[in-house]
Design a protein around this ligand. Structure first.
Ligand code: NDP
Ligand code: 2IT
Length: 448
């Protein structure tokens, strides 16, 4: 499928010319613009107001040098990014990715998708994203601290509790957020909710750690129930990754009656026919910062295989990609379909290639796109911001109940939009359209 509408095609061509070679960013824009075709026909006022031309251009892009000193006293230099994409419905909000693959294209695709995701949550948050090509893997705590302090020294000039509120993403967890928060506080002499995903002793929200994985399963459960009259009960589940999102997706999917049989990291995957023992995974990944391979040494009967794409050849009913972008290509999609997968729900951002998505939709498989399905993380960040503003902490149960409610609402909003705009059941279109409309109206009413 390609964009058909001449106006949207022209906008897309301009984006391609302006952002040459940024393949992840162009992939994300292409998908959204294609979804907007029926909106453009129904809403000439948005065309008149130039909303689409504006929404594809970040409001502000900040790229900066991050110098730090390693444990051998040697100066290291990384590149930092913060893309403030859209503030029509609230302060910029979105995570910080620390991974060697980080570049402008990756941060821009993530920031662009964040606009629509944050809109879907129903909370007042604009879209932004940032990060660095720094690799926390194999670094000492003190090296990570020095990097985070240097990163925040520049970033602190551009963010604020009412301006832009970063959070975690790949490579950025509680440790990194803590060091960054500490540095922000020193530089600005203010204790405010400028980051989310904070530790519980200094303003973090209960259930934020669990939120993305739990939210993914709440969304998937609602989709299974409403679209196929079924549930997680008795289903075999394959989950990629073994980081924050994968771990808590495993926990909730298991609680809901599913059996998770595989997890992975960037080196390979483990298969455990008895169902993953999450205590072992948490010890390896959260406590020891080790590799998923160690699971096979510790759990009898489990098997480790080198290479991560092979995980999609495991027979399952539900697939939850929770590692990284474009991890499911057409071949992996075909393998999942051939093995009878019933639902694919994206915990990672943009984990399925466009060809894989098309294959799932054509095969009638339930497909939950990232913008909708993984919005539970940022939604709970929004709840953390509310708690910081009122200087109160809600209980785990309160936050979890709000999260569940938000995920159920996102499913229905996406489903209803897919129906209203002529693609009933296509949640890719539905999520893009529902997310877009709120932001587009806000932009229109605020003027140029
Ligand atoms: P973590 O850093 O906690 O874990 C990332 C996991 O994905 C690790 O197992 C990692 O393996 C694997 N991974 C990362 N990059 C690659 C790669 N290039 N190839 C193969 N595997 C890879 O990150 P999160 O769990 O927080 O994030 C996972 C995904 O979920 C990302 O797409 C992120 O954007 C998305 N997301 C995260 C949210 C959050 O709240 N944390 C919210 C919404 C979406 P290894 O250790 O080998 O690198
Ligand atoms: O991709 C995402 O939504 C996140 N990494 C979470 C962002 C946030 O601000 O909590």
């Amino acid at each position: 499928m390609a964009i058909q509408n001449a106006y949207l095609k022209a906008v897309y061509e301009k984006v391609c010319a302006r952002n040459p070679g940024e393949k992840e960013f162009l992939q994300a824009v292409d998908e959204v613009l294609e979804s907007l075709e029926p909106v453009i026909e129904k809403r000439p006022d948005l065309v008149e107001a130039g909303i689409v031309e504006q929404i594809v251009e970040p409001e502000r892009q900040i790229i900066f040098r991050v110098p730090w000193v390693d444990d051998n006293g040697k100066v290291q230099v990384n590149r930092g990014y913060r893309i403030q994409f859209n503030s029509a419905i609230g302060p910029y909000k979105g995570g910080l990715r620390l991974h060697p693959s980080v570049c402008a294209s990756v941060i821009k695709f993530l920031g662009f998708e964040q606009i629509f995701k944050n809109s879907l949550t129903g909370l007042p948050m604009g879209g932004g994203k940032g990060g660095s090509d720094f690799d926390p893997k194999g670094k000492s705590d003190m090296e990570v601290m020095r990097f985070c302090q240097s990163f925040m020294t520049e970033l602190s000039k551009h963010i604020g509790a009412d301006t832009d509120v970063p959070a975690g993403d790949i490579g950025t967890g509680a440790r990194e957020i803590g060091y960054m928060f500490g540095q922000y506080k020193k530089l600005r002499n203010e204790f405010v909710g400028v980051l989310t995903g904070k530790g519980l002793s200094y303003g973090g929200s209960l259930a934020r750690t669990e939120a993305t994985g739990y939210g993914l399963c709440y969304f998937t459960a609602e989709m299974l129930s409403c679209m196929k009259n079924t549930s997680f009960e008795g289903k075999t589940v394959v989950i990629s990754g073994s980081g924050n999102v994968a771990i808590y997706a495993t926990q909730k999917a298991t609680e809901l009656g599913g059996k998770v049989v595989a997890l992975s990291d960037s080196n390979g995957y483990i298969y455990d026919a008895n169902g993953i023992n999450l205590d072992v995974v948490k010890d390896i990944k959260e406590v020891k910062r080790g590799r998923i391979k160690e699971y096979a040494d510790r759990v009898p009967g489990s098997v480790y295989t080198e290479g991560c794409s092979g995980i999609w050849t495991i027979k399952c009913d539900i697939a939850l990609p929770c590692a990284t972008q474009n991890e499911i290509n057409l071949d992996s999609a075909k393998a999942l379909i051939a093995n009878g997968v019933m639902a694919v729900a994206e915990g990672a951002n943009m984990p399925s290639t466009p060809e894989a998505i098309e294959a799932f939709l054509n095969a009638g498989i339930l497909f939950a796109p990232a913008k909708a399905a993984n919005a539970g993380g940022v939604a709970t960040s929004g709840l953390e911001m509310s708690q910081n503003s009122e200087r109160l902490s809600w209980t785990f149960e309160e936050v979890d109940a709000k999260l569940k409610n938000i995920m159920i609402n996102i499913f229905h909003n996406a489903y209803n939009a897919s129906k209203e705009y002529g693609h009933e059941g296509n949640l890719v279109s539905g999520a893009n359209i529902a997310g877009f409309l709120k932001v587009a109206d806000a932009m229109k009413w605020q003027g140029i």
